[in-house]
Design a protein around this ligand. Structure first.
Ligand code: F6P
Length: 341
């Protein structure tokens, strides 16, 4: 079989581990050949591809980013996009696709599967919001980076008696905010799921500083918003792509907290640092397991599915059943994070 592999959406550490596993499993176990598409679905539409062999993937396991490049491009949202995918696959004799991506890329994968292509998806996103899997590639590295940043901010916050605001990624759900906030011992965690009241935030910080602390760490997800009808009037600004402008909520929150409490307040926007650099062992292992499982699925004629971690095991879930859905942070986890404020 001639298998195409692509990485779409925002990059994450651990993508190269998955690409490497796809290539090695395909060649060594089944004698399949693999081609890599450049820049996600865009490269499929444009016919940008090259053979990928074991030689090509040597040494990429510990490297962040993606050796294939990536793009935020969804063929079903462009006129003739699906036809362009079909004609590249036919012209290049690509019989099956492994699509490594987050919600957008996997939704496109589901549409392409509907059009009759043999597709297996692999979930990746630092946001960890892909439905159907306990973990997506990249999340573990991202919370490590965010936790380390929170640890570092503690010492400078304490030295200067400051409130430190740390803005992390997460446009619709607060997986990074809750997990890194919990692991880093943040005093307040604001997520998109639970709109906040700025007066409660200010009152909490004042109480905390009056009773026992001389500093505070507030973790805020980029998609967090004040509750409607409360004192802070704020609409999350979006860029031309409809995506959140990083730093917006962080800046406004810093200003509000500073004015309402009188505390010296500083902002750190972690931004793309959370997506960069070396993947953790967990992400390398997850990427490798997903890559092997994806090739096994294709070789056993299982298509229109996504590899998923469920407990300790790798399973296959129907792409259709997860496409377009967002995985929420479990209430129990949010409660633990809140209980330790
Ligand atoms: O989808 C992952 C993500 O990391 C989001 O949390 C964030 O809003 C977005 O990517 C930023 O993407 P870009 O690379 O387009 O700035």
């Amino acid at each position: 079989m001639r298998i195409g592999v692509l990485t779409g959406g925002g990059d994450v550490p651990g993508l190269n581990a998955a690409i490497r596993a796809v290539v090695k499993r395909a060649e060594l176990e089944y004698g399949h050949s693999v081609v890599g598409f450049r820049n996600g679905w865009k490269g499929v539409c444009e016919g940008l591809l090259a053979p990928l062999t074991r030689e090509d993937v040597r040494g990429i396991l510990p490297r962040g980013g993606t050796m294939l490049g990536t793009a935020r491009f969804h063929p079903h949202k462009h006129d003739g996009g699906i036809d362009a995918v079909m004609s590249t696959l036919e012209a290049e004799r690509v019989e099956a696709l492994v699509c490594i991506g987050g919600d957008g890329t996997l939704k496109a994968a589901s549409k392409i599967a509907d059009a009759g292509v043999k597709v297996v998806g692999i979930p990746k996103t630092i946001d960890n919001d892909v439905e159907g899997t306990d973990l997506s590639i990249g999340f573990h590295t991202a919370i490590n980076i965010a936790t380390e940043a929170i640890d570092r901010l503690h010492t400078t916050a304490e030295s200067h008696n400051r409130v430190m605001i740390v803005e992390v990624m997460g446009h619709t759900v607060g997986w990074i905010a809750v997990n890194a906030g919990l692991a880093g011992g943040a005093d307040l965690i604001l997520t998109p799921e639970v709109p906040f009241d700025i007066e409660d935030v200010a009152a909490f910080l004042k109480r905390r500083h009056k009773s026992h602390a001389n500093f505070s760490i507030v973790v805020v997800a980029e998609g967090a918003q004040p509750a409607k009808g409360t004192a802070m009037d704020f609409e999350t600004p979006l860029n031309e792509r409809g995506a959140i402008v990083a730093g917006s909520i962080g800046e406004r929150l810093t200003q509000e907290i500073s004015e309402r409490t009188g505390f010296d307040t500083r902002l750190t926007v972690l931004g793309h640092v959370q997506r960069g650099g070396t993947p953790t062992p967990t992400d390398r292992i997850l990427g490798s397991r997903f890559g092997v499982a994806a090739v096994d699925a294709l070789s056993q004629d299982k298509f229109g599915v996504m590899t998923a971690l469920r407990g300790e095991n790798i399973k296959l879930v129907q792409l259709k059943s997860i496409a377009g859905k967002v995985k929420a942070v479990p209430e129990e986890l949010v409660e633990v994070a809140q209980a330790l404020w």
